[in-house]
Design a protein around this ligand. Structure first.
Ligand code: FE2
Length: 362
């Protein structure tokens, strides 16, 4: 602990001039940077200006008592050490002061050695508190930095897994990313929180990961698929679920993404796959994902058909609204497209910008 008190400011408040002078002289001789005040208001003014480490104050004072000084100091700076000086008949006030956060007290007449010892002890206590705060801040900073690094690693890993699917099927390059942007846009219209939108993004980026279990010739086949081939492709939600089901998404995102991936081809009326689930059994995120998946897929080129336009995609979801697609999700999607009807080419650019803002807020 430091024995050099040159930079340690001590405010001394006492209305008895000889005592004030004595206190200041003793503490200055010990090396402290001392500030005298002869009444309560002056004491508070000096405190505001100098922010001392220790306040040594008499209890009975003109123009604001020692108790009022103590209350003010503790409100503004809880770690400042306040020592009360108690005269005759102020015992109750000492007890009150200790309850209000005073660290110690001195009874008049006091011994000079005890005075110095009491002040030094309070400085040591202050330094210990500061050290603890500094350690705590360092720890919190480290935790924040590591969390940010882990979050970044997590998102980059998700992106890499998503790219793995698309590498096998060049016709769907960028599909999952655009589905993610659209799904987040819909989620935003539905009032989801940034954390919930993060879930949607991760689920969207991984939704077709199960296609790695489907032979690449089928994914890129330019002619109509046979029934067994179509069944094989339809196995991809289950395969995707099996691949990612053990990733503890709940720990990082608060929700199990694998369920959403499993449900992304389910439909409200039970006509979807793999389980034929109905509306009430489906996660909201799955409903959002199925709408954005269809809209993105229909407005992009596929090996088995030419690219359709956004109008066809809009017609498809409007037609299926309430039957196979959630009407809330369809309405939100149509609204989003409508808002960008004059520059549909910019829709995904706009959504990408929004996605970046979400991550800044997470
Ligand atoms: Fe899919």
């Amino acid at each position: 602990m430091s024995e050099d008190f040159r930079n340690v400011k001590v405010l001394v408040v006492d209305d008895e001039q000889p005592i004030l002078e004595l206190l200041c002289e003793v503490l200055e001789r010990r090396g402290f940077d001392v500030y005298p005040a002869s009444d309560g208001e002056q004491g508070i003014e000096i405190f505001k200006r100098e922010n001392p480490t220790v306040v040594l104050t008499d209890i009975k004072l003109p123009r604001a008592s020692g108790i009022e000084i103590l209350k003010f100091v503790k409100k503004v700076s809880p770690i400042t050490q306040v020592i009360m000086i108690s005269g005759y008949g102020t015992t109750d006030d000492v007890i009150k002061a200790l309850r209000l956060g005073a660290c110690d007290y001195l009874m008049k007449p006091f011994n000079v050695g005890i005075l110095v010892h009491t002040v030094i002890r309070s400085v040591e206590r202050y330094e210990l508190i500061m050290e603890r705060i500094s350690r705590q801040e360092t720890l919190e900073k480290e935790v924040r930095e590591r969390t940010a690094a882990l979050t970044n690693t997590f998102h980059e890993t998700v992106k890499a897994l998503g790219l793995l699917t698309e590498k096998r099927d060049p016709y769907t390059a960028g599909h999952q990313n655009r589905v993610a942007l659209l799904a987040m846009g819909i989620g935003r219209k539905l009032g989801l929180t940034p954390k919930e939108l993060d879930v949607i993004q991760v689920a969207s980026l991984l939704h077709d990961i199960g296609k790695v279990a489907v032979p690449v010739e089928l994914l890129t086949k330019p002619t109509k698929l046979s029934l067994p081939e179509a069944e094989l492709i339809k196995s991809h939600p289950q395969a995707g679920y099996d691949i990612i089901k053990d990733i503890p998404f709940v720990d990082s995102l608060g929700k199990d993404v694998s369920i959403i991936v499993l449900q992304h081809h389910e439909r409200l009326d039970g006509s979807g796959y793999p389980r034929g689930l109905k509306s009430e059994e489906l996660e909201l995120e799955s409903k959002i994902l199925s709408v954005s998946d269809v809209v993105e897929a229909m407005s992009s080129h596929r090996p088995y058909r030419a690219a359709m336009d956004m109008e066809s995609a809009k017609a498809e979801i409007a037609e299926g609204s309430g039957k196979i697609y959630s009407p809330e999700c369809v309405d939100a999607c149509l609204l989003l497209i409508e808002e960008h009807k004059d520059n549909n080419g910019e829709l995904f650019g706009y959504l990408a910008q929004y996605s970046r803002r979400i991550h800044e807020n997470l």
